[in-house]
Write a protein that binds this ligand. Structure first.
Ligand code: AMP
Ligand code: MG
Length: 363
């Protein structure tokens, strides 16, 4: 009996030792699975950059910060989380749950609530040119799946009846709650990158970064200064030639967000179709504009505005600019004119001979 107990004890000891050995052997592999090692960091001019693909675009984050390793890793983790939770086309996640709901109302996250509030504000400002309930139409045009197609006109007319931001109802109980008719769906594609830029900026600042540039496709956000104490230089892309720049911003503490028909599009039967839809017609917005760039403090506001103003066209957009006085803009038109609002005179330099640059006075 005693011997048996001894054997069991020894077996237990051996198992413990084997487990400890296994942990020691596998520890390096386990630790190499954390995101700090997954991201590749480059050093340049005393600053650190990481680049990766998420939110359907190439993302670059550059920071002027001693604790760059942790900050870049935390920013990466946050963006991956948002990429999943803000995508209408994912099977699961916060926004997918909203679009799959089985009743009119459900609890939502604070991040989604914040975005819906800003979207609703910009929808009112643009008289519905921005409308995040556009998702059934975005789907019908095949943009999320990238199986692009021109829907039948009857289908477009039918789906338009599901587009109405004024039916979104936000309530604040124990947690934020959203109510809207069950067959309506939300798309945050017009402002999720802007919101992500804002949140990444807050995160980096809270960790002590002295400056940073967060680039998420057409959304760029800059704060503080570069390591050599100079301003950030941000290029403005030529909407007719992705390799060329129209000009350069030298700027800080601003979001610079561009919406344009060049960013996602397809051609069918020799006709050009793009991803920014006019909620009044259900078809891609069709006016004199090739792109709109908004420059303001908040990335979320800039992103929502750039999409809404692209739909509205220049004349209506300039009325909003004059009324609100809380953003600056650059409009690039199909006849090679670049209209720049007066507030950008100092920070923007034109670089292209192919366009005429015109300053719009603020009076
Ligand atoms: P952006 O690139 O920020 O201009 O956003 C364009 C994305 O917003 C599209 O890919 C759609 O997912 C969505 N979208 C398209 N048209 C609208 C609209 N009128 N209002 C709100 N979201 C839209
Ligand atoms: Mg936008």
């Amino acid at each position: 009996m005693k011997d048996l107990e001894k054997i069991r004890k020894n077996q237990g000891k051996r198992r413990k030792i084997a487990l400890m050995l296994a942990i020691l052997v596998f520890l390096p592999f386990l630790s190499s699975c954390n995101t700090e090692d997954k991201i590749i960091v480059r050093e340049h001019q005393g600053m650190h950059t990481t680049s990766f693909f998420a939110m359907d675009t190439l993302i670059d984050i550059t920071i002027n910060h001693r604790g760059y390793k942790k900050s870049l890793k935390d920013a990466f983790d946050l963006i991956m989380d948002y990429a999943y939770n803000f995508a209408a086309y994912e099977k699961t996640g916060d926004l997918a749950d909203i679009n799959k709901r089985t009743s009119d109302c459900l609890d939502i996250s604070g991040d989604i609530k914040n975005q819906i509030e800003i979207a609703n504000f910009v929808s009112q400002l643009t008289k519905g040119a921005l409308d995040i309930t556009i998702y059934p139409l975005v789907e019908a045009w095949g943009f999320p799946s990238k199986e692009f197609k021109v829907p039948r006109d009857e289908e477009i007319q039918e789906l338009l009846s599901l587009v109405d931001y004024s039916k979104i109802n936000l309530k604040e109980a124990i947690s934020p709650r959203l109510c809207m008719p069950q067959d309506m769906k939300i798309d945050l594609g017009a402002l999720a990158k802007g919101y992500t830029g804002d949140m990444v900026e807050s995160l980096l600042k809270s960790q002590g970064a002295k400056g940073g540039l967060i680039s998420l496709g057409g959304n760029i956000q800059v704060f503080g200064l570069k390591a050599d104490k100079s301003l950030w230089r941000v290029g403005l892309q030529d909407p007719q030639d992705e390799k060329e720049l129209l000009g350069l911003f030298e700027i800080t503490d601003r979001a610079i967000v561009t919406s344009g028909s060049y960013q996602r599009n397809f051609i069918e039967n020799d006709l050009f179709y793009h991803h920014i839809l006019d909620p009044r017609t259900g078809y891609p917005a069709d006016n004199e504009l090739l792109s709109v760039t908004i420059v303001t403090k908040s990335g979320t506001y800039a992103d929502a505005l750039s999409t809404g103003l692209f739909v509205l066209g220049m004349e209506e957009s300039l009325k909003i600019w004059k009324e609100t006085q809380d953003f600056e803009a650059i409009f690039v038109t199909k006849d090679n004119l670049v209209y720049i609002t007066e507030g950008l005179k100092e920070s923007f330099t034109s670089l292209s001979d192919l366009y005429e640059f015109i300053i719009i006075p603020n009076n």
